[in-house]
Ligand binder design. Structure first.
Ligand SMILES: C[S@@+](CC[C@H](N)C(=O)[O-])C[C@H]1O[C@@H](n2cnc3c(N)ncnc32)[C@H](O)[C@@H]1O
Length: 249
């Protein structure tokens, strides 16, 4: 492995086969949260972000660089499941930020609760993301919205939650599962439909196919606000580490 630059939150390396691998500086109490590899270096426990277990992890390995959760930010996370990706997002935003993790199914939520015991900045909320008003008392205005619910009405869920919680110019990371949208259109056509639906409320900045790690899935990155833009695939595997921002508290 080749050690790479290591700012506060992320570390990039090459694995044994020369593929990009990303680690986040673990805020949580060791051991690993979901069985990921943990490497102790420079007084930090670096957690390998398994790209087969996380759409954002897969996107990073494929060169995704914007938008990303930044140090000190607050993120609303819809469809947190057991907290695999949410725990890495918690690492990225750091102790001055927060991840408000919505999950509606009790079984993964129970494990999300134990994950959150290791993370003081990860706040699990048992709720249906379709009724965003239900968690109004628990979620502040946020800098970013992450959604991975794999539902046919995922776009409506994004728009409704963004209207309630996402600040102007806030970031959107949308894991789109096209197979949840029907088989009568191709994955690319579904993606195009998603982008078009978002464009009235968001400036879409990038789209990325997540195969082979997540077949028929895309990551869409956008900013809340007007301004139509055509989709652009990120420019190949660039490397941009998440840099510390200003803590909010
Ligand atoms: C693909 S899994 C999420 C995986 C997770 N984001 C990760 O990367 O670690 C989708 C999750 O969304 C949850 N979900 C689906 N519809 C939901 C809704 N309307 N509100 C809240 N959670 C929902 C499911 O229960 C499931 O746990």
């Amino acid at each position: 492995m080749t050690p790479a630059s290591s700012p506060r939150a992320t570390l990039w390396e090459r694995d044994e086969e020369g593929r990009r691998a990303v680690f986040t500086a673990g805020l949580g109490i060791p051991p690993a949260t979901y069985g990921e590899r943990v490497v102790a270096r420079g007084g930090t426990n670096w957690r390998r972000w398994d790209p087969t277990r996380s759409k954002l992890g897969a996107a990073l390995v494929k060169g995704w660089d914007d938008p990303l959760p930044q140090w000190g930010e607050r993120w609303l996370y819809l469809g947190a499941a057991t907290g695999t990706t949410a725990s890495h997002v918690a690492d990225l935003v750091g102790p001055g930020g927060g991840v408000y993790a919505i999950e509606r199914s009790l079984r993964p939520f129970t494990r999300l609760l134990s994950t959150a015991e290791q993370y003081p900045n990860l706040f699990p909320i048992l709720a249906d993301a379709r009724g965003g008003e239900a968690y109004e008392g628990d979620v502040p205005m946020v800098d970013g919205l992450y959604i991975d619910v794999a539902q046919p009405d995922q776009i409506e869920i994004v728009v409704a939650n963004a209207a309630l919680y996402l600040r102007d110019r806030g970031a959107l990371l949308f894991a789109v599962k096209t197979s949840s949208m029907g088989r009568e259109r191709s994955a690319k056509d579904h993606l195009q439909a998603v982008v078009q639906s978002l464009e009235s409320e968001f400036e879409v900045r990038a789209t990325l196919a997540l195969d082979p790690m997540h077949r028929r899935h895309y990551l869409v990155g956008a900013r809340r606000g007007t301004g139509r833009r055509s989709t652009l695939e990120p420019r190949g595997p660039t490397r941009r580490d998440v840099r510390p921002g200003r803590p909010r508290r």
